[in-house]
Design a protein around this ligand. Structure first.
Ligand SMILES: *Cc1c(COP(=O)(O)O)cnc(C)c1O
Length: 428
């Protein structure tokens, strides 16, 4: 079968203008090993964005592979609606163990979008059942919480979100990093706000926008003062990406609800969880006829194969002391990026831990500079993916220092090539 032809004939790719896609040669990944993706043509590429921010310990990790196979020999899927299973139970216990202190309950779903959707519905229903009609949320500008209508309502990236505005519920938007504005919004809308929703420390899809130190802790304090719930969307930041297991740990913050997905299974299978405090959980307890039930649940919620992969992912964090080994690599990445930050084609490099955004110098959008860098990098053996004119680097935590060096070298050469080609084009 001509795979490229069949792809063009039948597939519709996410976040993709298909006309442009069909005009290019697709890279079709057949297999992977460690930090490398391997194309059908046998070429190897460093997975510079962890297969969209989710791979943690590398591809085909023997420990995770074995855990999924063992689970497969027991059962691939049963349901969490009315039944339970050992892997989901054990994983809930383990997640509570590693999560910020005070998060004690785990509600499963299967994507980051559903995890935030669930957090929003829970926060709304919590206040309803507490006898308060709190129908709005404070969100940050340029936020990204997923692509379902609720999570888009909490989002603030105009390029993705503005078209859908007629379908969305209104939310209050705060400037990231500005505690004064947060305070004014919470004071000005007392009794209306169910929760503040934010990506702690780093707004990923905004292009790795890093918050000033103390901002997260400040928002937590404001939420306490105004008795508003705090929802931390750790979908991108969770599972080591910022250098700690969860970004909230950097500022000693426990949110009331915490959303995790992406890295939870080590990047193996779709799984997500919304963790809550006991206070939120207890707000839903009552007699059956009181209808305080959380009426929400997806068919594949808490899928056993995914839970097995997640358990093994946590095991590997312990066995390989991943977070300890990561600290030197974070430091090295900082050093390696210095020449890139000084490159004339680069405006700024933003980074927290392994989450890196290389902001290219402003160019006309139709030049698609970020995309050009991606194609140049692919030619040189690395997969990176841009967010507009921001080139993202977010390799698996398990990447070797040699591969980390090679990834940044390739990125530098690719920025060089793409900006030189642009200069030629502009001059012509
Ligand atoms: C990716 C992401 C989501 C959405 O997760 P999906 O699994 O793609 O639905 C939500 N929040 C943040 C912060 C993300 O980075």
């Amino acid at each position: 079968m001509d795979l490229a032809a069949a792809d063009r004939a039948h597939l519709w790719h996410p976040f993709t203008q298909q006309r442009g896609w069909c005009a290019e040669e697709p890279l079709i990944v057949e297999s992977a090993e460690g930090t490398d993706l391997i194309g059908v043509d046998g070429r190897r590429y460093i997975d510079g964005v962890s297969s969209l921010w989710c791979n943690v310990h590398g591809h085909r990790h023997p420990r995770i592979d074995a855990a999924v196979r063992e689970q497969l020999d027991r059962v691939a899927h049963s349901t969490m609606l009315g039944l339970s299973h050992p892997s989901a139970i054990e994983l809930a216990r383990r997640l509570v163990e590693v999560a910020p202190h005070g998060l004690t309950r785990v509600f499963y779903s299967d994507s980051g979008s559903t995890a935030t959707e669930i957090a929003l519905k829970m926060a709304f229903q919590y206040w309803r059942q507490a006898g308060e009609d709190r129908t709005t949320f404070v969100c940050l500008r340029d936020a990204y919480h997923g692509d379902t209508i609720g999570s888009v309502s909490a989002g603030g990236i105009d390029l993705f979100h503005s078209l859908y505005r007629p379908l969305l519920f209104p939310t209050l938007k705060a400037e990231p990093g500005d505690l004064g504005e947060m305070e004014r919004l919470l004071a000005g809308h007392a009794g209306e706000v169910a929760a503040v929703v934010l990506e702690p420390l780093v707004q990923g899809a905004a292009g790795m926008l890093v918050h000033p130190e103390g901002y997260l802790r400040g928002v937590r304090e404001l939420c306490d003062r105004h008795d508003v719930l705090l929802i931390a969307d750790e979908v991108a930041t969770g599972f080591g990406r910022t250098g700690r297991m969860f970004a909230c740990e950097h500022e000693g913050v426990t949110p009331d609800l915490m959303c995790v997905a992406k890295g939870i299974t080590g990047g193996y299978l779709p799984l997500a969880a919304t963790l809550t405090s006991e206070r939120v959980y207890e707000g839903f307890l009552g007699e059956f006829e009181e209808l305080r039930t959380f009426f929400h649940g997806h068919t594949y919620t808490g899928n056993p194969l995914a839970c097995a992969a997640a358990l093994a992912t946590l095991d590997v964090f312990e066995e390989e002391r991943t977070l300890d080994a990561l600290q030197a690599k974070i430091e090295l990445l900082g050093e390696l990026l210095e020449p890139l930050a000084a490159h004339p084609g680069v405006e700024e490099v933003r980074r927290r831990g392994f989450m890196t955004g290389i902001q290219l110098r402003t160019a006309p959008p139709e030049l698609r500079m970020g995309h050009r860098v991606t194609l140049e990098a692919r030619r040189r053996g690395a997969i990176v993916r841009p967010l507009g004119d921001v080139v993202v680097l977010m390799p698996p935590l398990s990447i070797s220092t040699a591969d980390l060096e090679r990834l940044v070298e390739i990125t530098f050469a690719s920025v060089d090539a793409a900006t030189a080609a642009e200069a030629l084009q502009q001059a012509a």
